[in-house]
Design a binder for this molecule. Structure first.
Ligand code: SF4
Length: 470
């Protein structure tokens, strides 16, 4: 994934840029970067945030950097921001993008004798490709429109020019952008979480494909929002920060509604009799609270997360180490486990390996029963539109592995397993058995969509039903 923040102000805004960008740290683990503009020109810094947090990496820079306009990024993929000197002027650029047709775009560029100077993972830096596409336009506005229309996948952009910040939201609105305001300053962010403690109020959510220019004098719309939207439903379910709002819908309340919907369905089916409810920390917490309130069962924490020495950004490549670290972070509280019937809410079940270990440890600590309620339907397809790092291969998904076990092949059509009353129950039972859960009941798609509160046609639900398009 990744997240972006920008600010224009009548005063120096380096500190707001620093804190605003830092509030996007949950969206990426590879690079952080900021670029500021002042009377002398542009000033840029990029650091790896793999083994250190954004704040520590930039604390020296931010004491010497100054400017009244700036943009920043947390990136899960390429080093950013890039600084470009082009016929359209000098600018800094950050993106949240996944460019599925990058090879074709680069080939086409080479055919026109273009060159790219920034590398990323042995290839062309994707933000450099976005910049190349922008430079094809006669104006920055036209170039931005050309860029977001040419890219398959997704692409939102902030561009710090000599005439303010240009912001373009992905043409299908898969990733969000929202403008905040306070006296003398405007900000633009992926996450509204960046606003309250920097004193900004959200004033406008950009629509899909909308392009604006932000200056000290206000917001100028350059391209209106488009009618079709496919905003990522997983923002609310899993990776958005609980204090954020997208399309003016709060993440935490959606998670509470998801948990409540799971509880209501359990009540309809006559399920009851657990001693406590918990969310698998941290992304299951909001769902768990919603379940506990609806079911009138105490919310307790049989596990707590030890965050003091495990920086969130410490994410080694190997899955084994990731699982080990995830396990080391969770510390069980035996008093709340021994002899008890526990129900957990989780945002989703991805591979299930980590969850398998967690359940095992609960039984080892004396749990009598362990019930699981994921807040979304079974994941059947990997994300094709965002650099979403949870899994990139379909067959690593717990539900797909269960289908392989049932069918004896990787070629089985997962759509046969989407509807209840078909093969769905058999697949769920396989997952339950592998995880050694007492019961497993996934959220229904209609309940998840109702909890978010947008029309189904406005949401990307591809992870569950392969329904979205490029
Ligand atoms: S495929 Fe899944 S993670 Fe990707 S944009 Fe769609 S809902 Fe979000």
């Amino acid at each position: 994934m990744g997240g972006m923040f920008g600010v224009v102000s009548r005063q120096d805004c380096a500190s707001e840029l620093f804190f605003g960008t830092d509030y996007h740290s949950h969206l990426g683990t590879e690079y952080g970067g900021i670029i500021l503009r002042n009377e002398q020109g542009f000033d840029r810094e990029i650091h790896s945030i793999r083994n250190t947090q954004f704040r520590s990496a930039f604390e020296d820079d931010i004491t010497r950097m100054h400017g009244t306009q700036g943009i920043g990024v947390i990136s899960d993929y390429e080093p950013q921001p890039l600084f470009q000197q082009t016929p359209l002027g000098r600018y800094g650029i950050v993106t949240v993008a996944r460019i599925n047709n990058i090879d074709q775009l680069v080939e086409r560029a080479f055919a026109h004798k273009a060159h790219f100077s920034s590398m990323s993972r042995g290839g062309v830096n994707p933000t450099d490709v976005v910049s190349y596409l922008i430079n094809q336009g006669d104006t920055l506005e036209e170039g931005l429109r050309h860029a977001i229309d040419s890219i398959k996948g997704s692409c939102s952009v902030l561009l710090l020019s000599e005439h303010g910040i240009y912001a373009a939201r992905d043409r299908l609105g898969r990733t969000p952008l929202v403008i905040g305001q306070k006296d003398g300053s405007l900000a633009i962010a992926s996450e509204t979480t960046a606003f309250p403690n920097t004193d900004f109020e959200p004033v406008r959510y950009l629509g899909p494909g909308e392009i604006v220019r932000i200056t000290e004098d206000g917001i100028e719309q350059l391209s209106p929002p488009r009618s079709e939207m496919q905003v990522c439903a997983f923002l609310w379910i899993y990776y958005g920060f609980p204090a954020s709002r997208y399309e003016d819908i709060g993440v935490e309340v959606v998670r509470n509604r998801c948990g409540a919907a799971c509880a209501r369905r359990d009540q309809e089916l006559g399920f009851g009799g657990v001693d406590s409810v918990a969310g698998v920390p941290d992304s299951g917490t909001g769902h768990g609270i919603g379940y506990a309130v609806q079911a009138r069962v105490p919310y307790q924490r049989p596990f707590v997360k030890y965050n003091a020495t495990w920086a969130r950004s410490f994410m080694p490549e190997e899955q084994l180490s990731r699982d080990l670290i995830a396990e080391m972070k969770l510390v069980p509280i035996k008093d709340l486990i021994q002899g008890r019937r526990l129900l957990f809410c989780e945002d989703s079940i991805v591979r299930g390996t980590q969850l398998q270990d967690t359940v095992q440890r609960l039984y080892a600590s004396g749990a009598r029963e362990v019930h699981m309620r994921p807040a979304c339907p079974p994941l059947l397809y990997p994300c094709e539109f965002l650099n979403f790092s949870r899994t990139r291969t379909a067959m690593a998904l717990a539900a797909r592995r269960a289908i392989r076990e049932i069918e004896g092949t990787d070629e089985a059509d997962p759509s046969d397993y989407r509807q209840q009353g078909t093969k769905y129950e058999e697949m769920v039972e396989r997952v339950r058995g592998r995880l050694r859960l007492t019961s497993l009941r996934y959220q229904m798609m209609d309940d998840m969509i109702a909890a978010i509160g947008l029309p189904r046609t406005s949401l990307c639900t591809h992870c569950w039903d392969a329904s979205s398009h490029d």
